[in-house]
Design a binder for this molecule. Structure first.
Ligand SMILES: CC(C)(COP(=O)(O)OP(=O)(O)OC[C@H]1O[C@@H](n2cnc3c(N)ncnc32)[C@H](O)[C@@H]1OP(=O)(O)O)[C@@H](O)C(=O)NCCC(=O)NCCS
Length: 179
């Protein structure tokens, strides 16, 4: 295996931040043991505010929904890891040849390239499925971090969509786009 060079950028006077390409981010399938972690991440106010349904999610609602998602063959549910630490959640729902991807990073791990890396991992996994020809993501227009993260992941802006009365920006990436 080749060696990985490590470069650093100065974030402020006291902090050295590794560049995104050096992050040791992997993902694994979500399990029932991740139910509480997923709830905490998805229920954070900054995640709710960027979602279609912005309300708080009660635990009972979450655990019922989560069990259902884990049992679905048309749903990919992944936990993002930095070494052994859980740092985020990624999910895709498959319908009509499209995998609709959503992602949320734990607040303390944002702004370091984790989102970009996890989008890359989950997109490659979704597009590898024979029943998927396009990956899609929706973000609110003011969600600059999300927009930039998907553009960085070789998605292209494909216009706006009205989802349940909410205007969302639609991003697309197909199997033929560069990996
Ligand atoms: C959106 C989200 C997934 C991005 O993950 P992240 O790890 O914070 O983002 P990254 O560090 O990988 O950075 C991604 C891009 O956003 C930019 N960015 C990061 N934080 C930002 C901020 N607060 N404001 C504007 N841009 C920001 C980065 O510079 C980077 O852009 P670049 O590739 O052009 O340099 C994460 O912020 C999050 O979980 N937000 C809440 C949930 C959400 O909005 N999900 C998206 C809807 S599917």
């Amino acid at each position: 295996m080749g060696s990985v060079s490590t470069t650093y950028s100065v974030k402020d006077d006291s902090t050295l931040m590794k560049t995104a390409s050096d992050l040791a981010i992997t993902s694994r399938p979500a399990t029932l043991e991740d139910a509480h972690f997923v709830w905490i991440v998805n229920n954070h106010p900054t995640v709710r505010s960027q979602s279609l349904r912005t309300g708080d999610i009660p635990w009972g609602t979450h655990i019922e929904w989560y069990r259902t998602q884990l049992g679905r063959s048309d749903c990919g549910f992944r936990i993002g890891l930095e070494r052994n630490d859980r740092v985020g959640v990624a999910r895709f729902d498959v319908a009509d040849g499209h995998a609709t991807i959503s992602i949320a990073i734990s607040p303390e791990h944002r702004g370091r390239g984790v989102g970009r890396r996890l989008i890359q991992l989950v997109t490659v996994e979704a597009l590898a499925r024979p029943d998927v020809r396009m990956a899609i993501a929706y973000t609110r227009p003011a969600n600059h971090a999300s927009r930039r993260a998907f553009l960085h992941g070789q998605y292209r802006l494909a216009g706006q969509s009205d989802l349940a009365g909410v205007t969302m920006m639609r991003f697309e990436r197909t199997k033929d786009d560069p990996q």
